[in-house]
Design a protein around this ligand. Structure first.
Ligand code: SF4
Length: 434
């Protein structure tokens, strides 16, 4: 029988949980270091009591940067089997979390399957599910209806929920007054905004925050405080609406921590590169070091079809400057529901961004694999290179497609291979080019 409610509660009672021990081993830290970070709120271990097959991970800026993969059916692409295939592929490729953003049909069996079979953190956005769960129009739903869906997701074993608690009726005036180019681009944020304008009531996720915290405490669900006003284009980056919401998220972070509920804070969004570092610092200060979960950042608006690259650039800068968790972006972003190939491209781009940032910020052991790759390259040991590669299958395929004349080199330079020439020169051997 556990004598604590959440990981944070345990940490504050000086209890080292099995989850903390597993996270410590993965991060090359001591369990005590992890416990102290969880107690402070600087690391979140998103681990719902009902997610029995979870292999726990920690999310925090001093740990390895984690990546999230958004999946889930939509009205236009509604095959749950295909979606499950993508989920398993994503897990195999190294996703640390799957967010189920399903917005069609009966979502509960899929959600339960995820928490029954998937070892990675599972996240959801309960407001997406509210309309389809009740099969009623948005304006007929009550605050209680929304909270009941949060409870359902918690019971289903979801490890973290995105809740757009930070926009309020004041935001309605601000959005009208400040005339953003892209208004609100957060799907959940737009639903909360629409509900408030249609019903005239306050945001239920803000008004009944304490009730929501009680649910999250009961199941140990981490709240991912949604950024409804994240900028949807470069021109809206770091504007009044975004920063005003961030200030409220800082207050809500503290209220959650008072009840030992773990928190992550979501962030931008579209943003010019030169604003990213400042945004990370601002979030860290306002939200007292709570892990920052960024959706991008997208650093230019004009590359649809390549937004996985655009986002990896922003994600690398964000993670280097303190973001703990990157939400992947696929080449289909802004265009369509991603297919399996899009998912793969998105995951690889995010993994590269996360790893590059981990090296730059000195995460323990992050660079070891790069050093091994350099050793393998120096001796032209191709098998050893595959063993170090993030995507060995693709790397091997490219080489095999264009075989070199000399097995030890590659077809890029052939006998002009600098590595080969240097190895031979340093060994005092003759170098044959012609
Ligand atoms: S042939 Fe050129 S690209 Fe290929 S391993 Fe040698 S130096 Fe590198």
């Amino acid at each position: 029988m556990r004598n604590y409610t959440t990981q944070m509660d345990a940490a504050r009672k000086n209890i080292i949980t099995p989850e903390m021990e597993k996270v410590a081993a993965k991060e090359r830290m001591t369990p005590e270091e992890i416990r102290a970070f969880v107690a402070e709120g600087k690391v979140a271990i998103c681990a719902n009591k009902n997610h029995k097959c979870l292999d726990p991970q920690g999310v925090g800026s001093m740990l390895k940067t984690k990546i999230n993969v958004n999946l889930g059916v939509s009205r236009d692409c509604k095959d749950y089997d295909i979606e499950m295939q993508k989920v398993m592929e994503a897990v195999n490729m190294g996703a640390d979390a799957i967010m189920d953003l399903s917005s069609h049909g009966n979502t509960e069996p899929f959600r339960k399957k995820l928490t029954a079979e998937c070892p990675v953190m599972i996240g959801t956005v309960p407001i997406y599910d509210s309309v389809i769960h009740y099969q009623r129009d948005l304006d007929t739903l009550t605050a209680k209806d929304f909270i009941d869906v949060v409870r359902l997701h918690a019971e289903n074993g979801v490890d973290f929920v995105t809740l757009h608690c930070g926009i309020t009726r004041k935001t309605i005036d601000q959005i009208k007054k400040h005339k953003r180019k892209m208004n609100i681009v957060s799907r959940g944020g737009s639903l909360v905004f629409a509900w408030m304008t249609m019903t005239g009531e306050e945001n239920p996720f803000y008004e009944y925050y304490d009730e929501i915290l009680d649910i999250c405490q009961e199941y140990d669900v981490t709240i991912s405080l949604g950024d409804a006003c994240r900028p949807g284009c470069l021109a809206d980056g770091s504007d009044v609406c975004q920063i005003e919401e961030l200030v409220r998220l800082g207050e809500l972070t503290k209220r959650a921590w008072e009840k030992n509920v773990q928190v992550m804070v979501e962030g931008p969004g579209h943003m010019p590169m030169d604003q990213i570092a400042a945004n990370m610092k601002l979030q860290s200060t306002i939200c007292s070091g709570a892990p920052f979960y960024v959706l991008g950042p997208i650093v230019t608006d004009i590359a649809p079809g390549y937004d996985h690259i655009v986002s990896a650039i922003g994600g690398a800068i964000a993670a280097q400057n303190g973001a703990a968790f990157l939400c992947y972006v696929t080449p289909a972003e802004h265009l369509a529901l991603p297919n399996l190939e899009d998912v793969k491209q998105g995951i690889m781009a995010s993994k590269i961004a996360a790893h590059a940032a981990d090296i730059a910020k000195g995460v323990r052991g992050a660079r070891e694999i790069d050093d091994k790759m350099a050793d393998a390259r120096r001796v032209l040991d191709w098998e050893a290179q595959w063993a170090c590669a993030m995507d060995p299958e693709t790397a091997k395929k490219v080489r095999d497609d264009r075989k070199p004349e000399h097995e030890d080199t590659c077809s890029m330079c052939g006998k002009f291979c600098a590595v080969r020439s240097m190895n031979k020169a340093l060994a005092g051997e003759h170098i044959d080019i012609l």
